[in-house]
Design a protein around this ligand. Structure first.
Ligand SMILES: Cc1cc2nc3c(=O)[nH]c(=O)nc-3n(C[C@H](O)[C@H](O)[C@H](O)COP(=O)(O)O)c2cc1C
Length: 336
């Protein structure tokens, strides 16, 4: 632990479309009080013309929480930043890293990296509209060309507009046909470029993202940077979060993270109290990795994802899942 106050961005869970919805974030909060959580990307169009409550409502326990926006029109971004602040978000983050073709057609996401002046305008408009931090999540380049100067100039230009925190997904985005999934795996990772940015802009907060999972790797990054952001490893093996408060904030984990059983029990309580019309399956899907590597994990996961059980009361399904774990611990075989 460093002496003195630590950055609020020290450990973050990445924004992930279709994954980090409000239920997932409540689940993550049962595992870590301090991790900074991000919403899925919401486009300015969806917010300004769609159902704002559906996109913006969240549970008070999710703080600290950032809203991630996708968009490029400064006036729209400013209007959405105002909504974020009014709803009680702690930060508004602009997506400059998504490579999907739908997003490219909308001329935002990763293609904004080619237009740093436009990003700067958007950031300026948002900063003028709100008092909460305005941050940017971006890649380190576009296409196959590896040129540190490109990302350095991007960060420099956007910082001049007043952005003081950058989340660096440390690989290029290839915008010519590679799927979004491959774009998270194929372009090479260059964590060292995040460190280079920190050396070139010591006054800025730099958070590194991409391919990070294990505590020692996070700690090594934190020795040089202000924060780390974990995406897939946090989602697929959520138990990792249970170690974060102690390791990175010197604080005990929440009581609900005392054991996997305790986390599951707390989430079952949450599912049992869902408003009518919200199926518990919308929540349970996010915890399927909780027992990864544990005895009975496969059977436990099968029960929680068995569509034949979806009409059953959640506590009944929880009892079946618990039984599967006990049977596995006792070493007996469970009929499939
Ligand atoms: C299913 C999925 C959805 C994603 N959606 C978003 C998104 O909405 N906004 C964003 O900035 N990044 C999104 N990402 C990228 C992640 O935020 C992160 O940058 C990327 O997965 C690399 O981090 P990781 O290696 O720790 O997973 C998504 C990633 C995944 C796997």
């Amino acid at each position: 632990m460093p002496a003195g106050p630590v950055s609020p961005w020290r450990v973050c869970v990445a924004p992930m479309l279709d994954w980090t919805d409000r239920h997932c974030r409540v689940f993550h909060r049962l595992l870590s009080r301090r991790a900074r959580l991000y919403t899925e990307m919401v486009t300015t169009g969806a917010l300004l013309h769609g159902d704002q409550g559906r996109h913006l409502d969240f549970d008070a326990r999710e703080h600290p929480l950032a809203l991630q926006l996708g968009g490029s029109e400064p006036a729209d971004l400013a209007a959405c930043a105002k909504l974020a602040e009014a709803w009680g978000y702690d930060e508004v983050n602009l997506n400059c890293g998504c490579p999907s073709s739908r997003v490219q057609r909308g001329a935002f996401g990763a293609c904004l990296m080619a237009e740093p002046a436009r990003v700067a305008e958007g950031v300026k408009a948002m900063r003028e509209a709100v008092a909460i931090p305005v941050t940017v999540k971006h890649r380190i380049g576009l296409g196959r060309v590896e040129d540190y100067g490109f990302v350095r100039d991007f960060v420099g230009t956007v910082a001049e507009a007043g952005c003081t925190l950058f989340i660096v997904h440390a690989r290029n985005a290839w915008l010519d046909g590679l799927s979004p999934k491959d774009n998270r795996e194929v372009p090479p990772l260059r964590h060292d470029w995040a460190q280079r940015l920190k050396r070139d802009f010591p006054q800025l907060g730099i958070v590194v993202n991409g391919g990070l999972a294990e505590l020692p790797d996070l700690a090594a990054q934190l020795a040089q940077l202000d924060g780390v952001m974990v995406g897939r490893a946090a989602y697929h093996q959520p138990w990792r979060l249970a170690g974060w408060d102690a390791a990175f904030f010197g604080e005990p984990a929440p009581a609900t993270a005392a054991s996997r059983d305790a986390v599951e029990a707390a989430l079952v309580d949450y599912m049992a109290a869902l408003p009518a019309g919200t199926p518990w399956t919308h929540v349970a899907r996010h915890m399927l990795g909780l027992r990864d590597g544990q005895p009975g994990a496969r059977r436990w996961r099968q029960i929680w994802s068995d569509h034949r059980l979806k009409a059953e009361p959640v506590r009944q399904v929880a009892a079946l899942a618990r039984q599967a774990c006990h049977d596995a611990e006792a070493g007996s075989t469970v009929p499939a």
